[in-house]
Structures are given as C-alpha cells and as structure tokens.
Design a protein around this ligand. Structure first.
Ligand SMILES: NC(=O)N[C@H]1NC(=O)NC1=O
Length: 183
C-alpha cells in the first residue's frame, strides 16, 4: 500500500505541467487553476501530500475565490443532470448517490430546496455525493439552508475537498492500471 502511494506520487512528480493539468484539471470541478497552482509544489511523497497542497491553495483563496470554486459545481439533480450535460466525474458521483433514480416528489423537493439555497446564499449547495445517498442529501439541504453564508462557504469548501480527494484517487488508480499494463 505504502509502495503504491509512493508510486502514485512518483507518477505525479514526473508529469510535465501540461500533462499534470490535463490529468488533474477536474479534481475540483471545472477549476484547472487548482492543479496548475499545485504543480510547482512538487516533489510529492504521497497522494495525501498532493491533496494537502491542493487544500492549502484552496484555503488561501479570498472569499470570492472560494465562492467562485463552489459556483463551478453543478446542482445536485439539477437541470444539467436532467439534460445529460454533467461532466463525466459529476455524472458518476450523482449516479452513485441515487440522484438519477429520484421519484417525482423527491425531484420536486430537491429542485425547490436547491433554488431556495441559491437565492439565500448566491452559491450552489455543494456536498460530496459519493459519500451520501439521496435521503442524506435532502436532509443535508434542509439543515444547511438554515446556516449563515459564512458557514455555508466553509462547509461547501470542505465538501469540495472530499470530492477532490476521491477524484484524485480515481485519476491515479487509472494511472496505476496503465503502468501495470505496460509491464
Ligand atoms: N452541487 C454539488 O455538490 N455537486 C457535486 N457534488 C458531487 O459530489 N459531484 C457534483 O457534481
């Protein structure tokens, strides 16, 4: 396991800037700037080390930068999902949470809450769909909508970091398979 992690980090360390950004550009949805900023922090000794560098960059953003990152995420079970226009990453994540199998009532409920949330905070409701099922997402929306804007920016950013970690593992696991198939 430790060896795998080091090998993953070695893969990252060997990538040119262009390949690095291409491979990791969507670890935060539609925000390749995160990968671009973190490239110069090599050498990485583990995936956790890389993820920490990405999180440090995100934490250092001013509030409008954090809000901008959150606005790049599509709504959960929103219009883009219904129209089949989500990124491949988002599609898999939303599917795993059961958001493509909502009843009409659940769909209406989540659409209403997503709109209310956006009207109140000016950002989309962001939550790591792969770590939640549809019921937990609806409960989360109902609870978090009562928070303050500051709380929601921070909570949304923490969820974006979880999404980032899982996407990073996915990208590098694919890379591991590529390496193995070349042996
Ligand atoms: N709004 C929002 O949280 N969107 C997302 N969350 C997630 O895990 N994938 C997404 O697209």
């Amino acid at each position: 396991m430790a060896q795998t992690t080091i090998r993953h980090a070695e893969v990252l360390n060997k990538l040119s800037f262009e390949d690095f950004v291409e491979k990791l550009g969507n670890i935060v949805e539609k925000s390749p700037m995160v990968a671009a900023a973190v490239w110069s922090k090599r050498q990485f000794y583990s995936l956790k080390g890389f993820h920490k560098a990405a999180c440090d960059f995100i934490d250092g953003l001013p509030i409008n930068g954090k809000e901008g990152l959150l606005r790049c995420f599509p709504d959960l079970a929103g219009t883009l999902a219904r129209e089949g226009r989500l990124s491949a990453d988002s599609t898999g994540e939303q599917r795993s949470a059961g958001l493509f199998d909502l009843t009409t009532e659940e769909q209406t409920n989540i659409a209403r809450l997503n709109s209310r949330y956006k009207r109140k905070f000016g950002i989309p409701f962001v939550l790591c769909a792969r770590l939640n099922k549809k019921d937990a997402i609806l409960r989360g929306l109902n609870i978090r909508i009562k928070n303050s804007k500051e709380q929601e920016v921070e909570t949304g950013i923490e969820e974006a970091k979880k999404i980032c970690w899982l996407r990073l593992v996915d990208v590098l696991q694919g890379e591991q398979v590529n390496i193995m198939s070349k042996l």
